[in-house]
Design a protein around this ligand. Sequence first.
Ligand code: NI
Length: 376
Amino acid sequence: MRSALLPTCFLLSNLPLLLAQTATPQEPVPAVPPQAASALPQGALPEAAVPQGAPEVVASAPAAAQDAASKEAAPKSAAATKVSYSSCTVEGQYLAMTFDDGPHPQHTPRLLDMLKQRGIKATFFVVGQNAAQYPEILKRMAAEGHELANHSYSHPILNPLGEGGIREQLDKTHQAVLSATGVTMKLLRPPYGALTENMRRWTYQTFGYRTILWDVDPLDWKVRDAARVQSEILGHARAGSIVLAHDIHKSTVDAMPETLDALAAKGFKFVTVSELIAMDKPAAPKPAAAPVAKTAPKPAVKPTAKKDAPAAPKLVAAPTKSAPSTTSPKAAPAKSSAGSSVKAEATVSTPAPVAKKPAKMTDEELRKRWLESINR
Ligand code: NI
């Protein structure tokens, strides 16, 4: 999503990217690949965008027969299929390196060299307008065994676009990649990781795309520091991980040789996302009553703020009592004065809902942030 330290020429050459939708004519949008057309429910866009870096797995039933499911477009099959992944459960030290937002004319080929030297296969979630601009790089990716996947055409927040807009974004990228390489992509990573569960099902049924998020996010678009990118990845990678990175940033690519070598030294083997998914063995839903504790929810990159104990109803009443004074929902640093005990509790519990979900950004803010980062 981001880029930095880029020479002016790059910025200029990428101006079209910044103009979003506009760019590259590209052929008319033909009917798309697999599955039957969807006469699905859902056309509206419910939930807010998933905050960046907050992977989320669709709560659909664990994958059973992926192939079988992908051949039946029936809503039921999709409902029974796992259509979204942020990591996998695999036997062995396998993980998938993924690179978003490219291809980039300089950084991506450099990365491809590094991968080639090490015999590593990665997955590239390409932005369609870049793909259309650098078909040769796409060809090279495909020729060298990497997986190509869809990251939209102009990197918008998809949800607000509705089915029609999303279809156009995915279609145009599909065409760009197909015409350059002959490859029909199987995976989608929505920009900012934002796509509602309903739309994830819809894209699966309509395009055959599974939605791929991540469980390791070095925030490389933000932290333009190769050493930190490396340490973040090394610190969080585990078997089955899907590592998010961006091949449009010099610092990210700079970090790769040592990162990849260190991962390999730790015993990790690199596979594409589709290969990782093929190895996925969803934890068997152990029937017994056993303590659930063992299967701790996947180690998130960052321990999301713990929920505080739900505020007791009495706390709600408290503020009322102490006068509607200082309104702010965010409990300010407690001022001693009124009933200290209530205050204390209130101070503890009030911030909870706020801190729980880190920075909820609006769609526009997400988009703006991305555009800014590209310019850095
Ligand atoms: Ni992106």
